[in-house]
Write a protein that binds this ligand. Structure first.
Ligand SMILES: CC(C)(COP(=O)(O)OP(=O)(O)OC[C@H]1O[C@@H](n2cnc3c(N)ncnc32)[C@H](O)[C@@H]1OP(=O)(O)O)[C@@H](O)C(=O)NCCC(=O)NCCS
Length: 233
């Protein structure tokens, strides 16, 4: 029998990336078209190996990104207590707009060997970064705090892990008077609202062209919080 304790938030180590990627894959399933194309075959061993490699490269190359895990302590009568990873979030302080050209940030031939998949992803990416780039421009050089990834294992949802991972970032943003931005899935909307984020774009636009009209397009809500400037009396 296992007793579930409270959720803890702490930095993710490199060694924990493969298990976290499995959490990501289980959590999104095939409900999120953007994740399905961005992490090809994420529910297969080869897709998970590639996804973990990309997360590791990202973690090593971006000093401005904080990779967090959510864990719970489970206590089994016969095995003692252990920490189980149940969630993952990546928060990035972005001071410059990300390149609109996907090939500048990803090894596109390797990740999307199929030319049509590559073109589709490239077009999605171009539109995906538009709202956050505008927010970064509007920040006047301060930058914005972007929640780039949030995922909680389906077996451990509704225990507060998602909220704890989001509040970690909103607290850091408040301390630095930064705006928080996220391209959110509909399922996460209530959580974000509870954490003070508000909808800025109800459904983000993806103009992928006629040739991709038959493909599933992402349904994403662009949400922001703050910045709030406190004036001392
Ligand atoms: C969105 C997600 C991260 C929430 O994680 P979580 O650990 O379950 O979140 P919390 O336990 O902190 O939930 C807080 C509140 O959010 C809302 N919420 C969370 N999951 C919800 C769901 N499936 N449907 C409706 N509301 C939900 C509820 O108001 C909930 O409070 P309550 O349980 O007291 O009613 C998780 O469902 C998930 O990983 N989903 C798939 C991946 C995804 O879409 N990630 C977001 C990318 S932008």
């Amino acid at each position: 029998m296992a007793a579930i304790n409270t959720v803890s938030i702490s930095p993710l180590s490199d060694e924990e990336i493969p298990i976290s990627f499995q959490v990501l894959s289980k959590s999104f399933g095939h409900d999120a078209p953007f994740v399905d194309i961005y992490f090809p075959n994420h529910d297969t061993p080869s897709g998970q190996a590639q996804g973990s490699k990309r997360l590791t490269e990202w973690k090593h190359s971006s000093e401005a990104s904080t990779f967090l895990k959510a864990t719970i302590a489970t206590t089994a009568c016969d095995e003692g207590s252990q920490q189980t990873i149940i969630g993952l979030a990546v928060w990035t302080l972005m001071k410059e707009a990300p390149p609109a050209e996907l090939a500048k940030v990803e090894n596109v031939e390797e990740v999307w060997p199929d030319e049509a998949d590559r073109e589709f992803m490239t077009r999605l990416w171009r539109d995906y970064v538009v709202p956050r780039s505008k927010a970064i421009e509007d920040s006047g050089g301060k930058g914005v705090y972007v929640l780039e990834l949030l995922t909680v294992h389906p077996d451990y949802q509704r225990l507060g892990a998602g909220t704890a991972l989001v509040k970690w970032g909103t607290k850091a943003a408040i301390e630095q008077e930064l705006q928080v931005v996220v391209e959110g899935t509909p399922v996460a909307r209530r959580l974000y609202e509870n954490c003070g984020l508000r909808t800025k774009i109800e459904e983000m636009r993806f103009d992928v062209g006629e040739e991709f009209a038959g493909r599933r397009k992402p349904k994403l809500i662009f949400m922001t919080r703050g910045p709030f400037h406190f004036v001392l009396a």
